[in-house]
Design a protein around this ligand. Structure first.
Ligand SMILES: Cc1cc2nc3c(=O)[nH]c(=O)nc-3n(C[C@H](O)[C@H](O)[C@H](O)COP(=O)(O)O)c2cc1C
Length: 187
């Protein structure tokens, strides 16, 4: 085993697209890999100091979409360009935008699945950012990504994961087992 010391190499990491409105109601999006489930109905995200952070300071509502192979280029773009410097950021993505049903935040219709969220708590808040904990108010899924049982079909979504070691995006589109079941073979 080779030792690498302390790194932010938790695997696999999500590619979350955080949607917010600015003070004029203009949509913005940013990419976040440092996030995950916090509690049954809550998520957490490590937020730096961005245009998105300013939007969230005015309005605690946001959306979280999961990036796909189809949305990869624009998802990376929203992670390397700030709306502070590029007012046409969202227009350049080509994404289709609608207001969310349950929160005051944009939904990008090009993504299969979107969480509608509202901030519950900000932890360790400094000018550099904070860890946000947010309630999942609702989940929206494009009907074409539903399985026969009516629930979201993750395999169909062609999601991507972020590789923090070589700064890549890796495809997640093949089911290879059954949770709470396959392990029973060794019981
Ligand atoms: C792969 C990737 C992962 C990122 N993860 C995070 C993250 O977890 N937290 C964060 O604050 N910024 C993260 N960023 C940086 C923001 O997405 C970036 O600064 C973005 O331009 C902010 O946009 P805004 O200023 O328009 O809100 C990430 C960027 C990339 C490309």
């Amino acid at each position: 085993m080779k030792s690498f010391g302390q790194k932010s190499w938790m695997l696999p990491q999500p590619v979350l697209i955080i949607g917010t409105y600015d003070k004029e109601g203009k949509p913005n999006a940013m990419n976040a890999a440092w996030g995950g489930q916090w509690d049954a109905k809550e998520i957490m995200i490590a937020m730096g100091s961005h245009a998105t952070t300013e939007n969230l300071n005015l309005n605690p509502d946001f959306t979280v979409a999961f990036a796909t192979q189809e949305t990869l280029v624009a998802s990376d773009f929203v992670g390397i360009v700030s709306q502070k410097n590029e007012p046409n950021k969202i227009a350049k993505t080509g994404w289709h935008v609608e207001k969310a049903e349950h929160v005051n935040a944009p939904v990008f219709l090009d993504f299969p699945m979107t969480l509608e969220c509202r901030i519950k708590a900000k932890i360790d808040e400094t000018p550099e950012g904070y860890y946000l904990v947010a309630e999942i108010v609702n989940i929206l899924v494009d009907e074409q990504y539903l399985a026969e049982d009516g629930k979201p079909d993750v395999e169909k979504m062609r999601l991507i994961t972020y590789d923090p070691i070589h700064h890549g995006y890796i495809a997640l589109d093949k089911r290879v087992g059954n949770a709470f079941l396959d392990g029973k073979q060794l019981k």
